[in-house]
Design a protein around this ligand. Structure first.
Ligand code: SAH
Length: 227
C-alpha cells in the first residue's frame, strides 16, 4: 500500500535533530578523494540535507557513498554519481535545466543551489507528489515538478540549457534532444536494462549533435508511461 509522505516538522526543516555534521563532512571528503573538484558542487551537496530525502529508517545511512531505496522500488543515486553528473552539467553553465526522474527530489535540490530554474519530471505519481511536497517544505522555490512520462520532455518550458536523465533509456528519446538549446548539453546513462550503462554527454551545436562517452554507471531503467 502506498505510504503517504508526512510533512517535515519545523525542526527538520531547520536541520535540527539531523544526523551528525561529521558524517556529512565525511561524505564531502570522500567525494573530493574520488575526484570531485568543483567547489560549487561540493558546497551544494553540503547544504542539501540528504537524510530528509530518504525514509527515516535509512536516515543514519544518508551520508554514506551508497545508493538508497526510495518508494516504488526506485533508488536515490549514490552521492558520487549525483556529484559527477552535476559537475558535468555545470560545465556548460546552464540557467534552465530539465531533469528526467525526480525520484526523491535530491538531485533537483542539489541543482536548485546551482542553476536558475530546475524542471523535473517523474512518471510515478506517488514519488512526484512526495518530492514536490518535500521540496516545498524545504523552501526550494526554483524547482518545478511535473507528473508525466519524461520521454516527452516538458515542451511548454523548452528549450533547456541542459537536460539530465537519472533513469536509463536504451537510447535517448528524440524529444529530449529537440528540447535542448543550441550550445546546451544532455547527460544520460544509456544502455540495455538490467546491466550497467554508459554515461554519455550529447552536445547540441549549430551543426547537430556530438556524443561523447564519460564512464560506466548503473541506473534504474527509464520506463514508458506514467503510473
Ligand atoms: N534523481 C532521483 C533519482 C531517482 S531514480 C533522485 O535524486 O532521487 C530514477 C527515477 O526515474 C525513478 O523515480 C523513476 O520512477 C523515474 N523514471 C523512470 N522512467 C521515467 C520516465 N519515463 N519519465 C519520468 N521518470 C521516470
Amino acid at each position: 500500500m502506498a505510504r503517504r509522505y508526512r510533512s517535515l516538522t519545523a525542526a527538520q526543516v531547520q536541520g535540527l535533530g539531523m544526523t551528525s555534521d561529521r558524517t556529512r563532512e565525511r561524505m564531502l571528503t570522500q567525494l573530493s578523494e574520488r575526484g570531485i573538484a568543483n567547489v560549487q558542487v561540493l558546497t551544494a551537496m553540503r547544504l542539501v540535507p540528504r537524510h530528509l530525502f530518504v525514509d527515516e529508517a535509512l536516515a543514519s545511512r544518508a551520508y554514506e557513498n551508497t545508493a538508497l531505496p526510495i518508494a516504488a522500488g526506485q533508488t536515490l543515486s549514490q552521492p558520487y554519481v549525483v556529484a559527477r553528473m552535476t559537475e558535468l552539467l555545470l560545465q556548460a553553465n546552464p540557467a534552465r535545466v530539465l531533469e528526467i526522474g525526480t525520484g526523491s527530489g535530491y538531485q533537483s535540490a542539489v541543482l536548485s543551489h546551482l542553476v536558475e530554474k530546475v524542471y523535473t519530471v517523474e512518471r510515478v505519481r506517488e514519488l512526484h507528489v512526495q518530492a514536490r511536497e518535500r521540496l516545498w517544505d524545504l523552501r526550494y522555490r526554483n524547482v518545478y515538478c511535473k507528473y508525466s512520462d519524461g520521454s516527452w520532455g516538458w515542451i511548454e518550458r523548452a528549450p533547456f540549457d541542459a537536460v539530465l536523465l537519472t533513469a536509463a533509456p536504451e537510447s535517448v528519446p528524440p524529444a529530449l534532444l529537440d528540447q535542448l538549446q543550441i550550445g546546451g548539453q544532455l547527460i544520460a546513462p544509456v544502455g540495455a536494462q538490467g546491466g550497467r550503462q554508459s554515461l554519455i554527454r550529447v552536445r547540441r551545436t549549430t551543426q547537430g549533435f556530438e556524443q561523447e562517452p564519460i564512464e560506466e554507471v548503473a541506473f534504474v531503467p527509464m520506463l514508458e508511461g506514467a503510473v
